[in-house]
Design a protein around this ligand. Sequence first.
Ligand code: FAD
Ligand code: EPU
Length: 339
Amino acid sequence: MLHIHQNVSLKNYNTFGIEICAKNFVEINSKDELTELFADTKWKQEKKLVLGGGSNVLFINNFEGLVIRINIKGITQTINNDTVFVEAGAGEAWNDFVNYCVDNGFCGIENLSLIPGSVGASPIQNIGAYGVEIKDIFHSCLAYELETGAFKTFTNADCKFGYRESVFKNELKDKYIIVSVVFKLSLKKQFNLKYGAIEQELSNRRITKPTLKDISQVVADIRVAKLPDPMTIGNAGSFFKNPIIDSKQFEKLKLEFPDIVSYPSGLNQVKLAAGWLIEQCDWKGKVHGNTGTWKNQALVLVNHGGATGLEVFDLSSQIIDTVSAKFGVSLQREVNIIV
Ligand code: FAD
Ligand code: EPU
């Protein structure tokens, strides 16, 4: 029997540690529980928020609707020659799942070690780090359609993955709940070491023939050095996306700011390091009331304790304005703002 709780504090359900309250809250442990929940038509009309680990959300107000916390567990795999199809429940913690794959010798996911959150949220913004995005290893996912109550399978192409984008953030926003994801991994030791920081760190450790575990460990260590641990300081990782601009605008900026940090990004486009832009506007490590930017990574906004969602949001607006005034570049928020 499902239990719907009332007036639940979400402080421990969002990594920013914002103290707000959900009017209704339910934890879902299986596909059948989703069907059971929506058998009561009352919940169909209610405002809803699907929540995994809460590591990519910023709550502005109390949530006057139903928070559906996905806790569907389970990992199974089928092996076909060198290919492994691993299916994980949406409620598995992402990093536990990565560790499971690494421990079993399944390659392809190791560069995504130590990203917080759940398996079910991983396709939503096509999580990525250190030269890999989940679109590179995603096979399919099973999702519950809120409108009809039907379960539908989405292939990689169906998801329309892009940089921090998918169909679930755009035309299908708030229409599906992901219940499980299948990843296509490999038993072959083919590593993706093109990201400079990984190569550099392996070289520092004098590792010339890295194992799967070495790579996972190196990625985890690089991340720990740069990013604040949400268990001790509230944050949701990068607050903004790295902006993509056209080559002409980039050439002009490069003349004025020769040190600007950039990466090629498809035909006639350049991706800028938002962290660099924000640091150049003197925001890095700044404390701003209860909020601020992280001392080692200006792209990460933090809650120094007791911040409201509005304070963090206001800081992000000030950063957008100053970056726009100095560089003529418009930063887009990556974190989902929940109002
Ligand atoms: P939540 O925050 O709970 O939800 C995020 C969004 O997905 C919401 O819109 C929610 O409604 C929706 N959602 C969640 N679960 C489901 C579901 N089952 N079905 C449908 N919709 C769902 N991200 C990266 O890409 N790369 C990084 O390197 C990275 N580093 C980070 C480092 C830190 C310290 C932190 C705090 C965050 C970082 N992130 C990174 C962001 C975050 O970890 C990812 O976006 C992650 O996938 C969010 O998972 P979650 O379960 O916490 O999602
Ligand atoms: N930089 C600065 N100052 C800063 C931060 C960065 O100058 O304060 C410059 C440096 O030159 C640095 C470069 O920006 O070399 C890139 O920084 P970093 O390697 O930390 O990566 P990022 O572009 O800031 C992105 C992702 C991260 C992901 C890392 C590693 C986005 C929005 N962010 O950050 O993802 O972990 O690359 O691949 O794409 C997240 O999405 O939450 C997240 C943490």
